[in-house]
Design a protein around this ligand. Structure first.
Ligand SMILES: Cc1cc2nc3c(=O)[nH]c(=O)nc-3n(C[C@H](O)[C@H](O)[C@H](O)COP(=O)(O)O)c2cc1C
Length: 334
């Protein structure tokens, strides 16, 4: 069985192009207990492509979940089996992505319209990876479905027909027509009470709430009603939000990481990655570090230096330390 020690009280959402292994490495320096999720990776890419390229991760990342996209049970099973060689603690099926490209492939959010197919996918994945927890991330409905019963039936059916016991619920509908993926994260209204009701109706399930959650106070509030909170955009744009989480939500007693210590660790990591000479450049990593000084004096200089194309071209990890020095200078002269 999974060797994971911590519950999913908190998790960082899967975000395409954002939660790659470099972001996850950084997040893990800030919080030891929070669950991390990969970007969605299509099962076909894992099966027909180079699994090492798509699934390799840093050993520090656990607890970490792989999110797969797809709707072909056989392909998903093959991908899940391959993933068992990479030490993921969970494999999650995406039933929430509304992008037109994903719809064309008939997976993501449109899977909510075919719960039996979802059950088939989850069962196939579970059979292929019997020691790994298989979970699902979904919305509360698609298009104009507005009844609580829609999501209750979806969850209830999966509870009955599969071994899935963890449901990550983005608390808004996916509108499959007419909205961009970005708009689909903003326009359909959030209905947190639907997610709370799921927990009341299915007390034995692990219900994780997601969508629009930005502060520790909001997290604490949601935890009164559900088992866990998943945070996406805010944890990306303001990663130091995670600094308090181990102590506040997991009862850890170790001190929070200081920003200067984190910068030093990121510098070491970036140096090592560049030295490996496997195609990772400073730009691949530094783009995830831009939000670290969010709200601080010197934030502008930090962002400017770490996103300057000419400076990044030198591909020297020392740029991270130089940018940090400039932040210090800015604070001193303020
Ligand atoms: C850039 C970006 C990429 C995303 N990619 C994925 C993805 O690959 N899989 C997924 O399930 N959700 C994806 N999402 C949705 C998030 O996981 C999350 O459900 C959504 O952002 C709402 O949470 P938040 O308000 O805390 O950001 C993405 C969101 C963003 C902003």
């Amino acid at each position: 069985m999974s060797k994971t020690l911590f519950p999913r009280t908190l998790s960082i959402a899967p975000m395409l192009d954002w939660t790659d292994r470099h972001y996850r490495h950084m997040a893990r320096q800030i919080t030891r207990h929070t669950w991390l999720y990969t970007e969605m990776i299509h099962a076909g890419a894992v099966v027909h492509g180079d699994p090492q390229r798509f699934l390799a991760k840093h050993e520090c990342e656990n607890p970490v979940a792989l999110q797969l996209g797809g709707s072909d049970p056989e392909l998903l099973a093959k991908a899940a089996k391959i993933a068992t060689q990479f030490d993921y603690d969970e494999i999650n099926l995406n039933c929430g992505c509304p992008s037109p490209r994903v719809q064309k492939g008939a997976f993501g959010a449109c899977l909510m319209g075919d719960v039996d197919l979802v059950a088939g996918c989850l069962n196939a994945m579970q059979n292929a990876a019997p020691d790994c927890e298989i979970t699902v991330k979904h919305r509360i409905g698609i298009d104009k479905q507005s009844e609580y019963q829609v999501v209750a039936d979806f969850v209830g059916t999966l509870r009955e027909k599969t071994a899935c016991r963890t449901f990550i619920v983005h608390a808004r509908n996916a509108w499959l027509d007419g909205l961009s993926p970005k708009e689909n994260r903003e326009i359909p209204p959030l209905k947190y009470d639907f997610v709370y009701q799921l927990k009341r109706d299915f007390a034995d399930l692990n219900i994780i709430i997601n969508g629009g959650i930005k502060t520790n106070d909001e997290i604490a509030q949601h935890l009164q009603h559900v088992d866990g909170v998943m945070v996406g955009r805010e944890a990306y744009h303001n990663p130091m939000l995670m600094r308090d989480w181990d102590r506040q939500f997991y009862g850890d007693t170790l001190p929070e990481i200081r920003l200067d210590e984190l910068v030093a660790r990121l510098h070491t990591y970036a140096s090592q990655q560049i030295q490996l000479n496997q195609g990772t450049t400073l730009r691949h990593m530094a783009r995830h570090y831009l939000g670290l000084t969010h709200g601080l004096q010197g934030a502008k200089i930090w962002r400017r230096m770490l996103s300057d194309a000419d400076l990044l071209k030198t591909n020297r990890a020392d740029l991270i330390l130089q940018a940090w020095q400039q932040v210090q200078n800015d604070i001193q002269t303020a």
